[in-house]
Design a binder for this molecule. Structure first.
Ligand code: 13P
Length: 342
């Protein structure tokens, strides 16, 4: 039954010690990442970079799913195997980013609403045909003195739920990603309050729009102090605040919560996830769906040079392994110094 397939896929993505690689950077974002290492963002360079990540030997031990971008789901490994089939052959579930980005919200200066609902039903059918079994849609909220507004919170919650309903109709597990941005000087308490309001609105809309909570995953931010705040909360406080926020607002029927890394350092993103799992068990699996916190190290190691592919794969494998340990609460910073053989 379709419903069981959604449940099974959602559970498989958050199976113990496994999480998601978010490799769904849009053309603009991947260009920024390539600019940072002095590599031109050509279609072949993007393909080669994703190829090295997806073919990393052993990464499937720690990675259950990969989120692809529209271009990437149509690309192939060097041997001609389409990326979704390559991933599936390793036991990694292919997913797809389906939103079309955060655009200015009318009559709400500085706020955004995520677009992409028009024609989404047809696109989801096509992506399923290409091998995708889950999808992602990201809404973003800036924190300031007067933002986010209720208008922004509810406009995005409504769109996230419309997207989720269309995904479930198409037999794709929706990953619902409301990201409260951590740029700014705000306190942990403010981050906690805003994240809670956002999650409350999201689950109200998901309920009203008939989403099967057992067949979805939540991808939230962690509750952090603003990156420019003067007195930033430590690992224990972040774990406690994030858990309290999730316990208040996320129903236990949701099988998993896969955090975004949101610009945290690699080791912070790992330590925070670990601290939360060390306080478990929880009603939901807590795992990762990291972009930058899994890719920063391999991207630097690669530098666009074919001779660096193995070093880049070692760096990616190591971060995946560290985050896998954090997903079971068994990470320790000393493990960062382990030598890696891929
Ligand atoms: P980061 O982990 O780099 O925040 O990316 C996750 C993601 O998928 C953002 O939409």
């Amino acid at each position: 039954m379709a419903q069981n397939e959604l449940h099974e896929t959602a559970k498989a993505i958050v199976a113990a010690g496994r999480g998601i690689l978010a490799a769904d950077e849009s053309s603009g974002t991947i260009k920024k990442r390539f600019d940072s290492i002095g590599v031109e963002s050509t279609e072949e360079n993007r393909r080669a970079y994703r190829d090295l990540l997806f073919t990393t030997p052993g990464s499937e031990e720690y990675i259950s799913g990969v989120i692809l971008f529209d271009e990437t789901i149509r690309q192939k490994a060097l041997d001609g195997t389409p990326f979704p089939q390559l991933l599936a052959s390793k036991g990694i579930i292919p997913g797809i980013k389906v939103d079309e980005g955060a655009k200015p919200l009318a009559l709400a200066e500085g706020e955004t609403v995520t677009e992409g609902l028009d024609g989404l039903r047809q696109r989801l059918d096509e992506y399923r045909g290409l091998g995708a079994r889950f999808a992602k849609w990201r809404a973003t909220y800036s924190v300031g003195d007067h933002v986010p507004s209720d208008y922004c919170i509810w406009a995005n919650a409504h769109a996230l739920a419309r997207y989720a309903a269309l995904c479930q109709e198409a037999e794709l597990v929706p990953i619902v990603e409301p990201e409260v941005l951590m740029d700014g000087t705000h306190t942990l308490a403010r981050s906690f309050a805003v994240t809670g309001r956002v999650l409350q609105a999201v689950y109200t809309e998901l309920h009203d729009q008939r989403i099967d909570l057992r067949g979805m995953l939540l991808k939230p931010n962690m509750v952090l102090s603003g990156y420019e705040a003067s007195d930033r909360a430590g690992v224990g406080e972040v774990a406690d605040a994030t858990l309290e926020c999730l316990y208040r607002h996320v129903p236990a029927a949701v099988p998993g919560i896969v955090f975004l890394s949101g610009g945290q350092s690699d080791e912070d993103a790992t330590a925070h996830l670990n601290a939360m799992n060390a306080k478990g068990p929880h009603p939901w699996h807590l795992s990762f769906s990291y972009g930058r916190a899994l890719q920063a190290a391999p991207l630097r190691a690669w530098g666009g040079k074919p001779e660096n592919v193995e070093a880049a794969q070692r760096a990616y494998y190591h971060r995946a392994k560290m985050n896998s340990a954090a997903a079971t609460g068994l990470y320790a910073p000393e493990m960062e110094r382990e030598t890696v053989t891929v």
